[in-house]
Write a protein that binds this ligand. Structure first.
Ligand code: SF4
Length: 161
């Protein structure tokens, strides 16, 4: 992957965006990933929460992930998260992916069928609490991946107001 990134960096004018899914296996290597990728002047280095019903033992928690991301030595203008909402990233709100992503999300499925303006929330992939309607970030926030609902509720998070 690094050699592909090197070629893109050296031979094209394409911007480089990376998205790394955090797992228990790579969790202690996130700074190393940042240090490797930043050599290629990336536009964005994003870290995402894992969202699968399987591989439960590989997922990192919302709490640990937010702490880990806050500890990274990186220019915060290029740092983004996916699956960690504003209320879990206090002081790092500008790093939450929703502050950067396009408003309309077009995706392909495995059969290359295009879904235009796809809503992960409406399709049950994400979840938001009832109190999210009272949050200042209500219109921008995509919530959490559905797999993290139980942990989110246990964290007793309050809406931002
Ligand atoms: S809308 Fe809900 S999930 Fe999003 S930041 Fe506010 S309280 Fe958190």
């Amino acid at each position: 992957m690094l050699s592909a990134m090197k070629k893109i960096f050296e031979k094209t004018s394409c911007k480089i965006f990376t998205n790394t899914v955090m797992t228990q296996k790579n969790f202690n290597e996130l700074q190393e990933i940042v240090d490797l990728v930043k050599n290629f002047q990336p536009e964005i280095i994003q870290f995402a929460m894992m969202h699968t019903k399987n591989l439960k033992n590989l997922r990192t928690t919302l709490k640990d992930s937010a702490i880990k991301i806050r500890s990274l030595k990186i220019n915060r203008e290029i740092l983004k998260t996916d699956g960690l909402p504003f209320c879990s990233m206090y002081g790092f709100e500008e790093c939450v992916g929703e502050s950067y992503w396009p408003e309309v999300l077009d995706v392909y499925n495995g059969a290359s069928k295009i879904f235009s303006n796809f809503s992960q929330l409406e399709n049950g992939m994400r979840w938001r609490a009832g109190f999210c309607k009272n949050c200042l970030m209500d219109e921008l926030c995509a919530g959490i991946w559905i797999e993290h609902k139980d942990e989110f509720l246990k964290l007793k998070i309050h809406p931002i107001c």
